[in-house]
Design a protein around this ligand. Sequence first.
Ligand SMILES: Nc1ncnc2c1ncn2[C@@H]1O[C@H](COP(=O)(O)OP(=O)(O)OP(=O)(O)O)[C@@H](O)[C@H]1O
Length: 262
Amino acid sequence: MSSAVLHLDEVSKTFALAKGRELTAVDKVSFEVERNSIVVLLGPSGCGKSTVLRMIAGLETPTGGTITLGETPVTGPGRDRGMVFQAYTSFDWLSVRRNVEFGMKINGVPAAERREQAEHFIRLVGLSKFLDAYPSQLSGGMRQRVAIARTLANGPELLLMDEPFGALDAETRWQMQELMIDVAEQAQTGMIIVTHDIEEAIFLADKIVFLSAHPGRVKEEIIPAFKSGGRIRSKEELVQTPGYAELERKIMRLMREEGQHE
Ligand SMILES: Nc1ncnc2c1ncn2[C@@H]1O[C@H](COP(=O)(O)OP(=O)(O)OP(=O)(O)O)[C@@H](O)[C@H]1O
């Protein structure tokens, strides 16, 4: 039996444009996400990465194909999928602790359990010293950690992230990437991450789904074989590992090929 938690089977999305025109953004995309694995959607700008993620989140309805989570078809948003956006989505008037407790409070989790869970996830993202701080007192990377803790606290099976670190400076960005590896292992959550950053994709991914442009199709599924089935915990280690540079070159070549088709 397959250990996949999410299946996309020939998923398509055609948008209706003005004057009766149509645009097929995503065309028959199929892939699977194994339990607790990190899948990265990579590809040139406009290839439909965000549209695929939004369909998985249930924020957009496919015009063809099916998306199944476990045994259940995805027909709309649900707590089993937690979305982290690029823009910081914390509530500025609530402390870090209250931000992370918010979803649990809405879902009727008792106060003591809420508190314990919130502290657990805040610890996981390294913000224990900032439990009672407000988002405006935190840096961009720290605010993104709050958003991640808040989403994890709802107990999703899959964390969905669309360019989650795009707004961060380079150093904070790689710290966040390293944090995500820890989070994936400790929270036992699968992740689907959209990026167009090749290094980020190779670092984070157990599997890269590379999409071609206009319309978005799966051009290639890439398993970074040089990781030998494990994960690498630091960026320094990544770039020194034999096989990394070769995979980076291969993906750059794929990106260039797609660019030339536009
Ligand atoms: N609501 C919409 N209505 C019409 N067209 C849309 C809509 N959303 C996306 N598109 C189009 O679908 C295509 C794919 O867009 P999408 O944002 O999914 O790509 P992307 O790969 O995430 O791009 P980027 O990397 O630049 O964020 C684009 O041509 C975009 O203009």
